[in-house]
Design a protein around this ligand. Structure first.
Ligand SMILES: Cc1cc2nc3c(=O)[nH]c(=O)nc-3n(C[C@H](O)[C@H](O)[C@H](O)COP(=O)(O)OP(=O)(O)OC[C@H]3O[C@@H](n4cnc5c(N)ncnc54)[C@H](O)[C@@H]3O)c2cc1C
Length: 393
């Protein structure tokens, strides 16, 4: 039986392992970090399309124990005036409701689910090199250990070692924004019913989003346009209140709730550069394939990275299940996935660079994400575990 090596135990890697296991394949996950509780700093939103993929992996319950649902989105302009209040995604179906949760917790929950199903998840296995041959592929880890299989799936994120090995010319690039994330349990009350609602403020100096958990903790992010990325020195040297103090004067320029939320934040604020991979980056070399952020990292503006990684997992496993040989399965996978994920990279990058305004919210879309449309019949068919992937378009 074909053996699959998954490098990276994040969302893409663990979901790919769950999907391949469900398809009856032998699979193991190799994760660099010594434990699963890495990076609990940032939060993310799983959209209905990602939750639909998760449901096909029978993993909904593992995730709905985390975070909280979001059923609507309010949009404020730079004066604080509400310009829209729309349902979010497939709000009527509890399994497909947008969900706000911490990124690290999602990864840990998926890993725990993989282990529960008997999938080996090897921690402390940092990939150092890939040796590709006609009869198999071998992963060489930093501790000197090795693992061999028929296909190596590079799910090792934005700074993928697999990608550096197989496609050294592909370089992530800055997408024009600094992105801040924070939490506070002392945000001023808004005076409106904000239950299960995310408020997006299109400010004059920042795009700001915030939502409050049922327990009263407010999760917020700010995306601020800047010509240059923050350097590694700036990211490393900032004191605990530095980013909050930098953001506040910008947010105070508008009479919106944003400044009050950030002012109430005492815990350290997390900051990253919005980063993307150029479209056209090669995903396949010999017996290696890139998935998730390793293949198609996008700026965070559309909030689709995790959801698209979950889609990748289901559709990859179905292609391998339904297509007679490895080469044609991977070709089919790429043909199905590349247009969709690259559309997202372009749309998200355009929003981050300010070359395209955020989409007008309507009740039918999964806003804030403009690219993927959860109700799209073709996508639903591709994700449906019980439907076959045709071998040609
Ligand atoms: C701050 C932030 C906020 C985000 N917000 C959202 C959002 O709201 N909605 C959304 O859908 N997406 C969001 N995203 C994007 C989303 O988190 C990613 O698209 C998603 O996690 C993709 O997961 P991945 O598994 O491909 O990569 P990652 O999550 O980066 O996982 C890669 C894994 O590989 C491991 N690894 C790395 N190198 C090696 C190696 N050499 N050997 C072995 N293992 C290795 C890493 O330790 C990690 O566990 C956000 C991303 C960031 C950074």
């Amino acid at each position: 039986m074909a053996r699959f090596l998954v490098i990276g135990g994040g969302i893409a890697g663990t979901a790919a392992a769950l999907a391949l296991h469900k398809a009856g394949r032998e699979v193991a996950v190799y994760e660099a970090h010594p434990d699963s509780a890495e990076d609990i700093g940032a939060f993310l939103t799983l959209a209905s399309n990602g939750l639909r993929a998760l449901a096909q992996l029978d993993a909904t319950a593992a995730v709905t124990e985390l975070g909280f649902p979001l059923t609507s989105m309010r949009v404020l302009d730079h004066t604080g005036t509400e310009s829209a209040h729309v349902p979010l995604g497939e709000a009527d179906d509890p399994a497909l409701r947008f969900r706000c949760l911490r990124r690290g917790e999602l990864g840990a929950a998926l890993q725990a689910e993989a282990v529960r199903r008997g999938i080996p998840v090897v921690h402390g296995a940092r990939l150092a090199a890939v040796e590709d041959g006609p009869d198999g592929v071998t992963a060489h880890f930093a501790d000197g250990s090795t693992a061999s299989g028929d296909l190596l799936i590079g799910a090792d994120g934005l700074n993928s070692t697999v990608r550096r090995t197989t496609t050294p010319t592909a370089q992530p690039r800055y997408a024009g924004q600094h992105v801040f994330y924070g939490y506070t349990d002392a945000a001023p009350k808004s005076g409106t019913d904000d239950t299960a609602c995310i408020t997006m403020t299109r400010g004059s100096t920042a795009a700001f989003g915030h939502t409050t958990s049922p327990g009263g903790e407010t999760y917020w992010f700010a995306r601020v346009s800047a010509p240059e990325p923050l350097t590694s020195g700036e990211l490393a040297d900032a004191g605990p209140t530095h980013w909050r103090d930098l953001l506040l004067p910008l947010l105070r320029e508008d009479p919106t709730p944003a400044a009050g939320v950030v002012e109430a934040t005492t815990a350290p604020v997390l900051v990253t550069n919005a980063t993307e991979l150029p479209n056209g980056t090669s995903w396949r070399t010999g017996r290696t394939l890139l998935v998730g952020d390793a293949a198609h990292a996008a700026s965070p503006a559309t909030g689709q990275g995790a959801s698209l990684a979950l889609e990748d997992a289901v559709i990859l496993a179905k292609c391998l299940r339904d297509t007679p040989d490895l080469d044609s399965a991977l070709s089919r996978y790429e043909a199905l996935r590349r247009p969709r994920v690259e559309h997202n990279t372009t749309a998200s990058g355009n929003i981050s660079r300010g070359t395209q305004p955020p989409p007008r919210p309507t009740g039918a879309t999964s806003a804030p994400a403009p690219a993927p449309r959860p109700g799209d019949a073709e996508l639903i068919r591709q994700l449906d575990w019980d439907s076959r992937i045709p071998s040609s378009p």
